[in-house]
Design a protein around this ligand. Structure first.
Ligand SMILES: Cc1cc2nc3c(=O)[nH]c(=O)nc-3n(C[C@H](O)[C@H](O)[C@H](O)COP(=O)(O)OP(=O)(O)OC[C@H]3O[C@@H](n4cnc5c(N)ncnc54)[C@H](O)[C@@H]3O)c2cc1C
Length: 206
């Protein structure tokens, strides 16, 4: 059985309803079933109702960590940042990272190589008000930088610091002004195809 830990950072706050990210966890429950060869655990970060030591244990348990989050002010929601600050910091020398990786004999090299989760992978989904064109057209807001290489670069480095290997992300755009049931149904098909292509060697294809 492949062990999947989903961390859902969607929540109700201002004009975010949390419903779309919650719906993505429903798609997880459809795909990551025991019948398909998976064990699934889900943490919700929005209400802060989690046990830090238990979360560290879940990271050590999982083969793959999947983060779902809406983009707030060009980055992750504050409750996900709080979760990372609390859980990853407590994970020091408890299996998540050992050190920053540098050694006394060469103190300016190898920063960020002290992670202990090197046998695991992670995947990201994000939801945005911004349309895809805002990233792909150089004259538009994100100046031609992609979500992963621009906005999420520090998020990916944070995971790399702990040794986690990056899987391809999936980003859902224009979910507010254009957030119709038809669009969400298209997202569902896109998401299921995405996880099917990534996990087909580990589980049974739907
Ligand atoms: C503080 C803050 C800062 C923000 N900053 C940014 C930013 O920097 N850049 C940016 O692009 N956006 C930004 N946003 C917008 C934010 O990214 C979106 O509100 C968020 O991604 C929506 O995700 P959600 O899970 O909260 O979905 P919801 O808000 O719950 O839903 C989004 C839409 O999808 C529909 N929907 C959801 N689930 C279903 C379903 N099962 N079936 C049918 N329809 C469904 C809803 O009806 C709604 O129309 C910000 C929002 C906030 C609150």
């Amino acid at each position: 059985m492949q062990k999947i830990l989903v961390i859902n950072a969607g929540m109700k706050f201002a004009h975010s309803g949390g419903k779309l990210n919650e719906t993505i966890t429903v798609w997880d429950r459809l795909f990551f079933t025991a019948k398909n060869g998976f064990e699934l655990r889900i943490t919700e970060t929005g209400d802060g109702d989690y046990d830090i030591e238990e979360e560290i244990e879940k990271f050590l348990w999982a083969d793959t960590i999947i983060y779902h989050f809406p983009i707030w002010w060009m980055y992750i929601p504050f409750t996900l940042k709080e979760y990372i600050d609390k859980v990853f910091t407590a994970g020091h020398r408890k299996g998540m990272y050992y050190s920053d990786g540098r050694k006394a004999d060469n103190p300016t090299r190898n920063y960020g190589t002290g992670g202990l989760l090197g046998d695991k992978r992670y995947m990201v989904t994000t939801t945005w008000n911004a349309p895809e064109d805002a990233f792909t057209i150089p004259e538009e807001f994100f100046q031609g930088r992609s979500v992963d290489d621009g906005v999420l670069f520090p998020f990916h480095r944070m995971n790399a610091f702990c040794g986690l290997k990056q899987l391809p992300s999936i980003h859902f755009h224009d979910v507010e002004k254009n957030g119709s049931p038809e669009l969400v149904e298209a997202f569902k098909q896109e998401y299921l195809l995405h996880v099917q292509s990534l996990f087909k060697n580990n589980g049974v294809i739907l």
